[in-house]
Design a protein around this ligand. Structure first.
Ligand SMILES: C[S@@+](CC[C@H](N)C(=O)[O-])C[C@H]1O[C@@H](n2cnc3c(N)ncnc32)[C@H](O)[C@@H]1O
Ligand SMILES: [Mg+2]
Length: 353
């Protein structure tokens, strides 16, 4: 079995790129901005805001969302400083931003797009966030936007047709208990590694801000609109195999290294890890609801996030064909998507113990 390809976004700034098709992920940052500022103001100790302040974004992709994420944090820190000291942060505080992602992330696009007039210095930090990527106590606030649902690898047995935990589907739909357990076990172990690594890298009292989506307790992924669209991707791959365009064996042994957890599972993993206190777990009302109900936007947006991973398995042509079929399926079943169970968009704030 080959090793899992790294899950990167489609790079560059072209029509298929993540850069041009990630407004859904950005909208959560906007919707949660005020709440986030309140929490930073209440939970970040003023003592941590002096001379040099480090912000780190883990799983930053190629922009532009990461710029919004770090700017919102800097705005909130400056506002708190100004309010509580009466001094101008511009005179006293310098900001350093650390942009982390896999080494094969498109960092060139990212650095070329750094916003003019920003009040921070920048550095790239390559490597998997499941491991240490920074020295001890090297940042004050860390952020993860839509990257808290990955596993480091596809769980054991999932891609093996002879295994009891073989996954017929291409993601964890929630309907097969053995598959669900394999994914949850892998996700729990990986997320604990992620928290262990950040716990070393963050200063004491520092905050981790997690933005993303999870399931409401007891709901299954394929009962939500995002899960339904993922099922469409799997069905489209099967259609292509039927037409002889790709290999059925390859489709049967294909699964994704991601797991959308239930709220209770996330809470339990963080509690069991014990390095951080959950200061907030906010249910954020996303302006687009679960997703815009437009088949074309759905297909393009999922292609920007999933396309590079699918291309690595099936080739770029098959990937493109698959998403054409996804759009058709979305068109045909738009009412089903509309009536699906709502997922939950969250802002989780963790404070280093
Ligand atoms: C859906 S994108 C989100 C990007 C960005 N945070 C945003 O909000 O637009 C997920 C990102 O996580 C990165 N990623 C996934 N697993 C990772 C890992 N183990 N280490 C570092 N980055 C990872 C991917 O490369 C990708 O850029
Ligand atoms: Mg499969």
């Amino acid at each position: 079995m080959s090793t899992t390809p790294e899950w990167v976004m489609i790079g560059g700034e072209g029509p298929e790129s993540y850069n041009q098709n990630s407004s859904y992920q950005r909208a959560l940052l906007d919707a949660a901005k005020e709440k986030m500022s309140e929490i930073i103001s209440a939970k970040l100790s003023l003592e941590l805001i002096s001379d040099r302040f480090y912000v780190a974004d883990f799983g930053c992709a190629s922009g532009p969302n990461t710029f919004v994420a770090v700017q919102n944090i800097i705005d909130a820190v400056e506002e708190k400083y100004k309010k509580e000291t009466g001094q101008n942060p511009v005179d006293n505080i310098e900001f350093q931003v650390l942009f982390n992602d896999f080494t094969n992330n498109d960092f060139n696009t990212l650095f070329q797009a750094l916003p003019a007039g920003r009040r921070y210095y920048s550095a790239g930090v390559p490597g998997s966030f499941f491991e240490r990527v920074l020295p001890k106590k090297s940042f004050h606030i860390g952020v993860i936007n839509y990257a808290f649902h990955f596993t480091s690898k596809i769980p054991k047995g999932i891609t093996d047709r002879d295994s009891p935990s073989w996954n017929r589907d291409m993601h964890c739909t929630g309907f097969n208990e053995a598959v669900k357990k394999a994914y949850l076990d892998q996700y729990s172990a990986d997320t604990k590694d992620l928290l262990d690594a950040r716990a070393e890298e963050i200063v004491s009292g520092g905050l981790m801000l997690l933005f993303g989506s999870c399931l409401r307790d007891g709901d299954k992924m394929s009962e939500t609109s995002k899960g339904i669209v993922m099922d469409f991707i799997g069905e489209s791959l099967n259609d292509l195999a039927q037409q002889g365009i790709i290999d059925q064996d390859k489709v049967d042994s294909f699964s994704t290294p991601l797991y959308v957890a239930e709220e209770g599972e996330i809470r339990r993993i963080i509690d069991e890890n014990g390095k951080f206190t959950i200061e907030a777990f906010e249910d954020i009302i996303h302006p687009n609801g679960e997703f815009p109900l437009d088949p074309k936007i759905l297909a393009v947006s999922f292609r920007a996030s999933y396309g590079a991973f699918l291309s690595a398995h099936f080739g770029v042509e098959a990937m493109r064909k698959a998403f054409e079929l996804v759009e058709v399926k979305a068109q045909e079943q738009i009412t089903r998507i509309k009536n699906a169970k709502p997922g939950m968009q969250y802002l989780i704030v963790l404070r280093k113990n």
